[in-house]
Write a new protein. Sequence first.
Length: 185
Amino acid sequence: MLIGLAVLLVLLLLYGVSIYNRLVSLRQSAREGWSGIDVQLKRRSNLVPNLVETVKGYAKHEKQLFEEVTELRAKTSDASSSDANARQELEGQMSTALMRIFAVAEAYPELQADKTFIELQQSLSELENQIQMARRYYNGTVRDLNIAVQSFPSNIVAGSFGFVEGSYYEVEHAIERHVPGVKFD
């Protein structure tokens, strides 16, 4: 009887260790996912000055927009990568400002034909795709972590060792959710 109880306690302990290790792995995956987003956002931030300078040469009267983008770039570069919510808000504002720059560029056919602008636009488009993939990976890892933190019996281990749910990377700006209308005449 005593041996059976000891074996049961050892098995429960091993199961608890297994749950703890899984939670650690999930937490690290979520951190890795956030790091991937951060790297892509920094790459995008590094492209912004070149894009602004290229468009600025053609659209001199859009000074306020360029100042706003430059200010947002500085804020995103200085933003702490550990504060996900503040970083998301700033990056959402940056996305909106970049969309406005491309809208301004549409008014200048000669800019649309400029080789530097085309290359920057393609690079930015590729980066946006990579950012989207990094966001999906991060949200997937956060989902897995949150399920483990909330599910029984891992919620007992999570609560005992201070594991908390992660926050999803979500779209904050209505303009990013807007689906363009398509009309055929």
